[in-house]
Each structure stands twice: as C-alpha cells, then as structure tokens.
Design a protein around this ligand. Structure first.
Ligand code: GRF
Length: 206
C-alpha cells in the first residue's frame, strides 16, 4: 500500500476527493497522516472522521523556515510516507523539505500551468486573474512539487470553460467540480500504480 501524507491549510475538499476515490476505486493507497499549517482547518475534521492521524504544525511556532521544513520532513519520514499530497496547503516550503522528498510530492493548482501560477497566485486570486485576463478556458493542473513554486513536472491537466457571468467564486467552484476533484485522485492512482516516469522534466504516463 502506498502511504500518503497530506499537507492542508483549509477546507480539504481535494483531500476528501482523494480519500473517497481510494475507497471507491480500490486504489492501493491510504492517507496515513494529515498535517495542517492552521488550527481549526476543516480538513482536519475530514481526516479525523476517517480515523487518520492529524497534527497542526504552525510556521510561527518555529524559529526559522529551515526549522519548520525540517520538523515537517521528520514528521513524514517517521511515518514512512511514500507520497506527500499538498491539498490546499498555503505555505511554500524550502529546500530542507523539498529535497528530502524529491519526485514524491504532488500539488494541485487551480489553473492551467504555466498560466496564472507562481507566487501570489493562490486561492481566489487565481480566478480573479483569469477573469481579468478574459480567457475563455481555464482549468486545473496536478504537478510534482519542486523548490520553484508551481514549476514542477506536470502530471495531469483538465480544461474548464469560463462563463461570461462568472465571479471568482463561481469559477473556483466549477474548476473544483469539473477538474480538481477528478484529476487529483486520478494522479494519486497513477502514482500508486507506479505509472509516472519523469524524463528530462517531462512526465510520461505508462
Ligand atoms: C484548491 O483550489 C486547490 O487547487 C488549491 O487550494 C484549494 C484547496 O481547496 N491548491 P481544498 O482545501 O482542497 O478544498
């Protein structure tokens, strides 16, 4: 079984989609622990409801970014985690974390990378920028996490139509329903089945 550790900061609908898909589709994987960067994140309740171990680790409780990164990495390593899923995790982690789980971390971004991504493009800001640009298609991207924000090898993408009367909130919802909750569990399945190979920074599916 693929042992998954999740990083969360908020509502956890992507975490829920992954946990549900693992049960429904008999994926040979299990979420074994969930760490939140914030107290009271609803994602923690979703995990507890499935009897999954949870922890809150706040950056401000550590003397430096480096100490935080090391504490998080130690936490996951102690639990023999094979894959780390960023599921609405609002912080960027440094090399002291990222280098210890190379090619074993995945993230979902609510746009079609390389558009509308990078520093500052998170949450509703992404959808606001999409509407401001007037593009007619957006979507979501699952990618491997590297030290550079939103720049790791792309695993899956799915396009979603932008409507004339969209608000950032309505677009966010449609991107989640029509893309994120579908491709994130699918990427976990591909990883669990060892079907993702990275060749020169490009993901090939086998
Ligand atoms: C999602 O839009 C995801 O793409 C982004 O953060 C949001 C998290 O939502 N990375 P949730 O916590 O999974 O509901």
């Amino acid at each position: 079984m693929l042992r998954i550790g999740a990083l969360v900061s908020g509502g956890g609908t992507n975490l829920q989609a992954i946990m549900d898909a693992i049960e429904r589709d008999n994926i040979d994987a299990g979420v074994v622990c969930v760490v939140s960067s914030k107290e009271g994140a609803y994602a923690l309740e979703r995990a507890a409801a499935k009897n999954i171990e949870t922890a809150v680790m706040r950056k401000k409780d550590y003397p430096s970014q480096r100490d935080y990164d090391i504490a998080l990495a130690d936490y996951f390593e102690k639990r023999n985690v094979d894959l780390i899923v960023y599921a609405g995790f609002m912080l960027i982690l440094g090399e002291d974390f990222v280098n210890r789980f190379e090619n074993k971390m995945i993230n979902i971004h609510p746009a079609l990378i390389p558009s509308f991504c990078g520093k500052g493009f998170y949450g509703l800001h992404v959808h606001e920028a999409v509407l401001k640009a007037g593009v007619k298609v957006t979507g979501a991207t699952v990618h491997f996490v590297t030290a550079e924000c939103d720049a790791g090898p792309i695993i899956l993408q799915k396009a979603v139509e932008v409507m004339d009367d969209d608000t950032p909130e309505s677009l966010q919802r449609r991107v989640m329903e029509q893309a994120e909750w579908i491709i994130y569990p699918e990427a976990v399945r591909l990883f669990a089945e060892n079907r993702l190979k990275i060749e020169n920074g490009i993901v090939k599916r086998r």
